[in-house]
Design a protein around this ligand. Sequence first.
Ligand code: 9YT
Length: 134
Amino acid sequence: MIVRTLDEVVGTDDDVSAEGWTSRRLLLAHHGMGFSLHDTLIHAGAELDMWYRHHLEAVYCVEGEGELECRETGRRWPIAPGTVYALDKHDKHTLRARTQLRMICAFNPPVTGREVHDADGAYAPPAADSSAAE
Ligand code: 9YT
């Protein structure tokens, strides 16, 4: 059994920041669960264009207010505590944080470490098996 707390992650290599977000990576590929689990803060005012070409992601909002837009259809949804979205089709999307958002995120395949977004808003595929979620 694995037991970790957010306090044990904050300030370590598993606490990863980039422009507009901070991702506290509670479970990573090396934990062997088949997914990674992140407690992510989207900073107030951030507008993030993302496209996880190599991963599936589910995102559950537990704090804050914002908006999600599908860049393929233009459809928009309010984001508030209790809302989950799942990028089941590697959807190109934009997330806007009106206030700081706290999001619980799961990635399949799991993030391996300190990934940050590339120019397309994607994370690189895992080195060993890049075909799992493409
Ligand atoms: C909600 C979202 O996708 N934010 C970007 C950071 C990423 N989810 C992560 O690594 O936690």
